[in-house]
Ligand binder design. Structure first.
Ligand code: NAP
Length: 339
């Protein structure tokens, strides 16, 4: 019997009744159809990098999506159109696009997980989101029992969110089509920390490979590059940055960083709220710790249970709630547990 702790980057989670690894789209759809027909609970996972699974495990079938392959066309005018299988490793795909001299994904370097998971929470980093370059998402719709293709608009992307995330497990992502610009210059550098590593001014553009190297350096420094061999396992950012009203933002201390959004709301860094509510790097409960390198990551330093991770997350969330009246929303997906 396989434990979910072997399939998730947090390395916690009890046994699964059954685990199926699928390597082709046909195998993936067939496995989903069989489970649905039998009424078997289903958990579909890619890299397992954003999951917190109960210590009791999962009483159903876990499908690990390992589908591979892509097809692409590169045109001098329109750039590159790449249709990529859901099970492809995200960062290997980013590296591949840069090798092909296609730009726009460089700032999303080093994010763990798979291509199929990227649209679900509209992954983003350093001022750019994957939704900016997604043309289509092909899915298997479990309600309609049919293939359904979403255009970018139909994906209803917002900050770390999409129709796929909001629809529970209804849509199984089969592949994603990206439209990328031809070129070796990056998108504008929007974040000061990144500009400083590169030694350039804000809004400068550098080579895509230079930008990727700088992002990987920063992520490594913050422990945000997943390394199975290092016992500081995490699921990356545990909470999403809250988006709050201007009125609520006005109640925060002046020193609180904040970024006005186009719709009039305000984004506040979850990490700042935690640090200013007394959450400190290195504090922990049993094997669960607030990462030494990034307060936003709750890590398993060895021997942690799912309950330990939850207890620490609850404690951090309660302190932010008491200090600032803001309830942090988890970025991590929970299976069989609740915050
Ligand atoms: P950071 O650079 O320490 O910044 C803290 C927060 O402030 C970030 O979350 C960022 O929001 C916001 N921020 C900073 N400069 C900004 C600016 N010029 N304009 C608007 N917002 C600004 O963040 P970090 O935790 O080390 O992460 C670095 C980047 O990787 C961030 O963009 C983060 O979102 C991204 N990341 C993404 C995922 C994911 O997609 N699942 C996971 C981990 C980290 P934003 O988060 O909106 O950028």
């Amino acid at each position: 019997m396989t434990n979910l702790s072997e399939l998730t980057t947090l390395h916690v989670g009890g046994p699964a009744a059954e685990v199926i690894r699928v390597r082709s789209e046909e195998e993936l759809i067939a496995a989903v159809v069989t489970c649905d027909a039998a009424g078997t609970p289903l958990l579909i996972i890619g890299g397992g990098s954003n999951l917190l699974v109960s210590d009791a495990g999962f009483a159903g079938t876990v499908i690990v999506v390992e589908t591979q392959g892509n097809s692409y066309e590169i045109d001098a005018c329109s750039g590159g159109m790449l249709q990529v299988a859901a099970g492809t490793d995200w960062d290997e795909f980013v590296a591949f696009t840069l090798e092909k001299k296609l730009a726009n994904l460089e700032s999303l370097s080093g994010i763990p997980g798979t291509v199929g998971a990227a649209p679900i929470q509209n992954i983003g980093a350093y001022g750019h989101e994957v939704s900016e370059v997604i043309a289509r998402v092909r899915t298997y719709d479990r309600h309609e029992r049919a293939i359904k293709t979403f255009t970018a608009v139909q994906c209803e992307f917002t900050y770390r969110d999409s129709i796929f995330k909001r629809s529970g497990d209804r849509y199984v992502i089969l592949d994603v089509t990206f439209q990328l610009r031809r070129g070796e210059f990056s998108l504008a550098v929007k974040y000061k920390e990144l500009a400083d590593v590169l030694g350039v001014d804000l809004n400068a553009r550098v080579s895509t490979l230079e930008l990727r190297a700088a992002v990987l350096e920063l992520r490594a420094k913050k422990g945000m590059l997943y390394d199975n061999a290092v016992q500081n396992w995490s699921a990356g950012s545990f909470f999403v940055n809250p988006i709050i009203s201007t009125q609520q933002a006005a109640t925060l201390p002046e020193s609180a960083p904040r970024w006005a959004q186009e719709d009039g709301t305000v984004k506040v860094p979850a990490a700042w709220l935690m640090e200013n509510s007394g959450v400190v790097k290195g504090e922990g409960i049993n094997g669960a710790v607030i990462s030494e390198r990034h307060v936003l990551a709750i890590a398993n330093a060895g021997g942690a249970t799912s309950e330990d991770i939850l207890a620490l997350a609850r404690s951090a969330r309660r302190r932010v709630q008491e200090r600032f009246g803001i309830t942090l929303t988890p970025e991590v997906r929970f299976v069989g547990v609740e915050l």
